[in-house]
Design a protein around this ligand. Sequence first.
Ligand SMILES: C[S@@+](CC[C@H](N)C(=O)[O-])C[C@H]1O[C@@H](n2cnc3c(N)ncnc32)[C@H](O)[C@@H]1O
Length: 301
Amino acid sequence: MTKVRSPLFYVGDKYKLMPQLNKLFPKNINTFYDVFAGGGSSTLYTPAKQYELNDLDEHIISLHKYLSKELQDYSHFVDHELGLIDHYGLSHSAENVLPDNIDEIKKKYKKTYFAKANKDAYIKLRDDYNDDQSRMDLFYLLLVYGFNHMTRFNGSGNFNLPVGNVDWNKNVEDALNNYSFFVKTSKFKFSSMDFEKFVESQDFQTDDFVYFDPPYLISLSEYNKMWNEDTDLRLFNLLDELNKRHVKWGMSNVISHKGNVNTPLMEWGKSYNVYPIKSNYISKFDNTIKKDTKEIYVTNV
Ligand SMILES: C[S@@+](CC[C@H](N)C(=O)[O-])C[C@H]1O[C@@H](n2cnc3c(N)ncnc32)[C@H](O)[C@@H]1O
């Protein structure tokens, strides 16, 4: 299977690591539970009879719900988004639609020319979305053109990320096409709950597999703000409970990062199978590759 990214281009998504992880997942999965689904890359890569995706972030789940409906007809959705791109005057390199003065902008801003070229159009798009947040078509475009493909809202509920340095390119269309294939050929459900409530509300069957990719206590990320030592412990206790009930699970995590070690995780993990995972994290701040992060996969399988 090739590595195909989710069209949500989620920060910290698992798509590069899925070939390693998939080898460690059980074969013949009935329902695959993606408890911290984020962009859904783990789901997209894992063969199973059906899928349950959950994430506490309601915005991400609403985007999944929207895309899974719209991408029943890929061409219709892409044409609609391209119409909006045209309306706002955003660049889209998938069809080589670039501003007339792009050469001049490229010379002046060697690394940030898309951000410079799209800034004004992006602000207009963002204002329109903030005026009517039911416009999921605008929300998806904001995710494509926004800084690091992230979603972020201020205290008053307004989307407030600045423009990013990417546009609607071939990777976006490939990812949408792949997601479209998935939603047309698979059985899936979405929910947005705290992980513990979600797990407790399920009736696991033999051959189901529950995958956990929580925020990592000791690494930096926007969604790590929602995580602390107590949530880590709550998760370990839940995994112990599932183990007692013979429910199969696996969890990704980070054991050490920039000299910090997650000691409770290391101690707790000794009761299970722990595998090192080779990862190359890109810093969200400066695009450099971080080699000082040790990622692991813990499983009771
Ligand atoms: C490491 S990311 C998951 C990335 C995902 N595997 C992917 O490939 O895109 C962790 C996710 O946990 C979610 N999250 C944080 N706290 C949570 C909680 N208490 N319950 C459920 N999800 C939570 C965050 O919104 C974030 O999307």
